[in-house]
Design a protein around this ligand. Structure first.
Ligand code: HEC
Ligand code: HEC
Ligand code: HEC
Length: 100
């Protein structure tokens, strides 16, 4: 845990040095259609880093794959994309998934 926090702190400092917002654009490769998570969009909405780090997200290397049914129960993006805080993962497939 301490190690994870240390790694994250270093990444956070690095992200400022390279002048992108947080971890930049993060792509989730999915056969159904790739999903791009934009730090810029979420941070400019007013979310603080600690709303998503170190829980549920650490780094891309430490990613734990989550299925849509887990997301629909509140995991990962489903923490907010539940139809209350933000548009639900039970629909809106194409808002997140972009076909190649
Ligand atoms: C709304 C949620 C959310 C917020 C707010 C957020 N992040 Fe992230 N962050 C993510 C997700 C999702 C990932 C990708 C994690 C994964 O791939 O499992 C990520 C990954 C990262 C990474 C690692 C990128 C890599 O290449 O591995 C860094 C660094 C990072 N975020 C920094 C920040 C900083 C700094 C802030 C605040 C300015 C921030 N994040 C705010 C969701 C968020
Ligand atoms: C901390 C809460 C939170 C988390 C976690 C979160 N989002 Fe969001 N997201 C929001 C809110 C709030 C909006 C804007 C409200 C709306 O459009 O319903 C939004 C909007 C978006 C949009 C539309 C962006 C735009 O340009 O308007 C996309 C795409 C998106 N999120 C993808 C994701 C993905 C993919 C994940 C998981 C990797 C994720 N979000 C995790 C809160 C969150
Ligand atoms: C808020 C954004 C978002 C919405 C809305 C969304 N997804 Fe996803 N989906 C993701 C992300 C991110 C992943 C990759 C998760 C991971 O690898 O940890 C994913 C993974 C998947 C997967 C592969 C994992 C699995 O469960 O089999 C499928 C298939 C999928 N989505 C289909 C859909 C369909 C169909 C819809 C609409 C009913 C949908 N998604 C809505 C973000 C979203």
């Amino acid at each position: 845990m301490k190690r994870a926090i240390l790694i994250l702190s270093i990444l956070f400092v690095a992200s400022y040095v390279f002048a992108k917002v947080g971890g930049g654009d993060v792509v989730f490769k999915v056969g159904y259609g790739d999903v791009t998570f934009s730090h810029e969009r979420h941070v400019e909405m007013g979310f603080f880093c600690n709303m998503c780090h170190p829980e549920p997200y650490v780094t891309k290397e430490k990613r734990k794959k989550v299925t849509m049914s887990e997301m629909n129960k509140g995991k990962s993006c489903g923490k907010c994309h539940n139809g209350k805080e933000a548009f639900t993962t039970k629909g809106n497939c194409k808002t997140c998934h972009v076909k190649k």
